[in-house]
Structure formats: C-alpha cells, structure tokens
Design a protein around this ligand. Structure first.
Ligand SMILES: NC(=O)c1ccc[n+]([C@@H]2O[C@H](COP(=O)([O-])OP(=O)(O)OC[C@H]3O[C@@H](n4cnc5c(N)ncnc54)[C@H](OP(=O)(O)O)[C@@H]3O)[C@@H](O)[C@H]2O)c1
Length: 308
C-alpha cells in the first residue's frame, strides 16, 4: 500500500482559512477527483465538516477523537486505525487538513501538491516538506487564473539526513506494542530504507511476518539481525517469534532462552509460557524470582512429575 498525501497550497504554505479552502479552482478539484477516484481518502473531522458530505466513488475515512458515529463514512479514532482499515488497498490518500497532514507526513511515500500562485489569508498551513522528498513530476498551468503548478514528490530512499528516522522507529515500536503490525511495517520499512540498524530490521521482520508478508523473507532478516547484534534480547525475541510462525518451535525455544540469558524481560518470559515450556508464576502478582513463587513452583513441578 502506498500512503499518499494530496493538498493544495498557496504562498506561505496556506491551506485553509476559517474552516474552508481559501480559493475555488475547478482545475484543482478535477485533478483531486481524478487522482483519488476509486481509492480510500482519509481526512480530519474539520475537513469533513467543511465538505459536508462524503465524496462519491471513494471510501471516506474520517478521523475524530470526539465523534462516535458518522453516516456513510468510516469513522476512526487514530491515523493508525485509518491505515489499518486500508491495508489491502493499492494507494490511500491523506487529504487534510493541517492536523492530519502534520501527523501523516512522516509516514507517507508520495505527495501530490497543487501550488496556487497567489497570496491568500490563512490560519491553517501545510507542514514543511522533509528533505527526504524529491520532486518527480511538475506541470505548470500559467494559462489559468490564478496560475497553478501541479507537483509530485516521492520519498527517496537512502539520500537523506536521517531527520525522520528516530520518529519512524519510535512509531514502529509503538505500533508493535499495540499489535498494529501493518502500520509498524510501513514505519520501519521507511526507517530502514533511510538508515538500517539490526534492531530496526529485526522489528521490521516481525511486522512483515505478522502482517501477512513472506515469513521466509522475515526469518532471513531476523536471523541476519541477530548475527549482527548477538547480545540484544529484543532481537532474540523477534527472531523467536518469527521462527515460531515459520513452524520452527524448537529453534524458537532456543532463541527465547538465549534472550532470557541476555537479560530479556517479561515479553520473553511470556513467549516461553506461551510455548508451554514455562508455567506462569504460581502467584502471578509476585515476581517469578520471589522466594514464595520459587518454592511453590518447585512443589508444583514435583507434584506434576510425581503424578506424571
Ligand atoms: N488546501 C488543502 O489541500 C486542504 C485540504 C483539506 C483541508 N483543508 C483546510 O484545512 C482546514 C481544516 O484543517 P484543520 O487542521 O483545522 O483540521 P483537520 O485536520 O481537518 O481536522 C482536525 C480534527 O481531526 C481529528 N483528529 C486530528 N488528529 C486526530 C487523531 N490523531 N486521531 C483522531 N482524530 C484526530 C479531530 O477531530 P475531533 O475534534 O472531532 O476530535 C480534530 O479536531 C480547513 O480550513 C480546510 O478547508 C485544506
């Protein structure tokens, strides 16, 4: 899925004024319609209010923290939720307004921009386009009043200052924690294209496997990550999870144990419990190392072995 952003800006990066578009340019509306038709469009609640109805021929996804229902639209409560709702789509369009553009720009791959060569009053602005984007197409329309320019930008891999990398990695990790693996995959693919690290590529391998990607490719990535960073318990955790998904239970078990030896925490323990080699602590509210849990655990295993 390609996440694209589509916007019209005038001088000073103005995109809106008093809840509305500051201009009426039919050529731009036609371009918007042609580019987005048949694809899902994602917009903020204020932009939806300013349009006043769903745009036909497209799945209208509206972001709101406050609304609980919205007729004829898909209502979501976060950008992550919006992208997950589109994960099987070829291209999804983020179409404003200012709040949503700011949040989405680190995640998007392509920007379709209409530049309006005219000064307009504004209270809503388009964010700065990061240096990670390169102009790939331009069409000047000097014949129109006001004159406009259609520009397309693409995020270019590996030729950037790396300014968004930390943000993308943070979003990727957060997505994993919330089990939003497809979103994690988008963030981490972009992060690792800019600057790869073993931990990032191991997180990406997990997201790839969990979001319906090729498990064999994910396994190879996760194994290479551990070779490059052999003392990192998180990298062990990811590799073990991918091995488990690839049907390699024995190897997963060994990898989780290695992670524990490296000081891995609760998540590794939980995986061992899930695999069935470790019982949960007898008193779950106390740490496993607590003397009471250790004694009761010993008793439990003696009793189980005796019965068995
Ligand atoms: N020139 C262009 O290309 C273009 C395109 C679109 C819009 N616009 C203009 O931009 C202006 C509107 O932009 P705006 O920045 O004021 O508002 P907006 O981005 O359209 O909508 C903001 C609203 O979206 C919801 N929201 C934002 N982030 C969210 C999140 N992470 N999770 C859930 N909900 C979230 C909140 O809705 P709730 O308040 O309901 O919680 C928030 O109040 C208008 O003037 C419009 O005409 C221009």
């Amino acid at each position: 899925m390609i996440v694209s952003l589509i916007a019209a800006i005038s001088e000073g990066r103005v995109i809106g004024y008093q809840g509305k578009l500051p201009w009426h340019i039919p050529a731009d509306l036609t371009r918007f319609r042609n580019i987005t038709m048949g694809h899902p469009i994602v917009m903020g609640r204020k932009t939806y209010d300013s349009i006043g109805h769903p745009l036909p021929g497209r799945r209208n996804i509206v972001l709101s923290r406050s609304l609980t229902s919205l007729k004829e639209c898909v209502l979501v409560h976060s950008l992550e939720e919006a992208l997950v709702a589109c994960e099987k789509e070829e291209e999804v369009f983020i179409c404003g307004g200012g709040e949503i553009f700011r949040e989405a720009i680190p995640l998007c791959q392509r920007i379709y921009l209409t530049v309006v060569h005219e000064r307009h009053p504004g209270d809503t602005f388009f964010p700065e386009i990061p240096a990670t984007f390169q102009q790939t197409a331009i069409e000047e329309r000097q014949d129109l009043t006001p004159p406009i320019t259609f520009v397309t930008f693409e995020r270019v891999d590996g030729r950037v200052r790396g300014e968004d990398v930390e943000e993308l990695r943070r979003k990727g990790k957060e997505a994993i924690q919330r089990q939003l693996f497809f979103l994690g995959r988008i963030c981490l693919e972009q992060a690792s294209a800019i600057q790869d690290t073993p931990e990032c590529s191991s997180d990406l391998a997990l997201c790839l496997a969990k979001s319906g990607g090729d498990v064999t490719v994910a396994l190879k990535m996760a194994e290479e990550a551990l070779q490059q960073d052999p003392h990192n318990p998180r990298v062990c955790l990811n590799l073990g999870r991918v091995q488990f998904m690839a049907g390699k239970q024995g190897e997963a078990l060994a990898t989780f144990r290695l992670g524990m030896q490296l000081g891995g925490g609760a998540e590794l323990q939980a995986e061992l419990v899930r695999i069935g080699t470790r019982h949960p602590p007898v008193i779950p509210s106390l740490p496993r190392e607590n003397v009471l849990n250790r004694c009761l655990g010993l008793l439990r295993s003696k009793f189980t072995n005796h019965k068995g």
